[in-house]
Design a protein around this ligand. Structure first.
Ligand code: SAM
Ligand code: SF4
Length: 347
């Protein structure tokens, strides 16, 4: 008589490659893919002055990153943003971007492939990125004052970032500037930054600082509510709220006098979780379904031990467990709301 099959001898049920819908009915369509935690800058709100970077051996290989991204595209992800750390300091990352670029278009499944960068490496790579199919990129720039830039980035050169932005524009990439609003650091120069960006034809988005990771500073000293920034801008300009949304957390305004678009991202003063359609993969393969919570699922292990089946099971688990909302706290003396830094999760 043939013995009854035990659970372990049963063939694993194939995991259906179904769309990714969380328990609150939100369909996940957007993946942020961090390719490194390393960076050539040390922004004061992002990392410590002397960060301990992860051992390179812990990182997903470029092949694994491509495999995981491919599995997400097969599950209905239509937008991927490459981030970090500074993504362009990872060796051969442009080759990965070129390979993912082949999935752009109806047949490939991907509508948009994009990048967030500090722009320092763009003079080397902008042309290849444009050729890979990137259309738009986000560049972080918090001030146009070279002395403050150097202080905020702990040693960066403003001219490097400006040269990168120029190279991107020359390659045909649409640039959006991202600036973190920082109390006492750049609040007085944000109007000039906005006017400059719009003068160059770039949209700009302001972001409230988030209490992610210990950066050696009290977040209450850095936090500047965008409601205060907006009040200040209204003394100078006419802001008209736009109804358009990109499905992301920014609320957009048109500034009549500059003609440009201003986005405001207010994770602290305005909750943006209800429409959240994104998940984040760290460079070590931890999948975070929420930027503001510590929970994660280990996709590196799932992939290495269980192949594509294991990977899809782990993705299902992360999406099913996606929290409803984050829980940021920037009161004086508060502990970081999550322990990992932005450069690890991928901002
Ligand atoms: N190095 C690239 C860059 O700076 O654009 C990509 C990675 S960086 C972590 C992504 C974005 O996160 C940047 O726009 C940066 O300003 C933002 N960021 C970093 N730490 C932050 C924090 N604590 N709160 C809000 N935004 C933060
Ligand atoms: Fe580097 Fe970007 Fe973090 Fe600045 S914000 S330290 S550029 S990863």
């Amino acid at each position: 008589m043939t013995p009854a099959p035990t659970l372990s001898s049963l063939p694993a049920q194939p995991v259906p490659a179904s769309p990714l819908i969380d328990s609150f009915g939100r369909q996940i369509r957007y993946l942020r893919l961090s390719v490194t935690d390393r960076c050539d800058l040390r922004c004061v709100y992002c990392m410590k002055a002397q960060p301990e970077f992860l051992p390179k051996a812990d990182l997903l290989t470029l092949e694994e990153l491509e495999q995981v991204a491919g599995a997400f595209i097969d599950r209905g992800i239509t937008k991927i943003r490459i981030t970090g750390g500074e993504p362009l300091v990872r060796r051969d990352v442009v080759t990965l971007i070129e390979r993912l670029g082949r999935r752009l278009g109806q047949d490939g499944g991907l509508d948009e492939l994009t990048l967030t960068t500090n722009a320092t490496q763009l003079p080397r790579f902008a042309d290849r990125l444009a050729a890979a199919g990137l259309r738009r990129i986000n560049v972080s720039l918090d001030t146009l004052d070279p002395v403050r830039f150097s202080r905020l980035t702990r040693g960066g050169k403003l001219t490097d970032t400006l040269a990168g932005i120029e190279a991107a524009a020359a390659a045909g990439l649409k640039v959006k500037i991202n600036a973190v609003a920082l109390k006492g650091e750049n609040e007085d120069v944000l109007p000039d930054l906005i006017a400059w960006a719009h003068g160059q034809g770039h949209d700009i988005t302001l972001i409230e600082v988030m209490p992610v990771g210990d950066v050696g500073a009290d977040r209450a000293d850095q936090f500047l509510p965008l409601s205060a920034v907006r009040d200040r801008l209204l003394q100078r300009w006419t802001l008209t709220p736009l109804t358009e949304t990109t499905g992301g957390p920014a609320r957009y305004h048109r500034i009549a006098e500059t003609g440009g678009k201003l986005g405001l991202i207010t994770p602290l003063t305005g909750n943006f979780c209800a429409g959240c359609n994104r998940v984040r993969l760290t460079c070590t393969g931890q999948l975070h379904a929420c930027l503001g919570q510590d929970g994660a699922v280990d996709l590196r292990r799932a992939l290495r031990e269980g192949g594509l089946e294991g990977l899809n099971r782990a993705i299902n688990q992360a999406v099913a467990d996606k929290p409803e909302a984050h829980d940021f706290d920037v009161r004086p003396g508060a502990e970081p709301s999550v322990t990992r830094h932005m450069a690890i999760t991928g901002g």
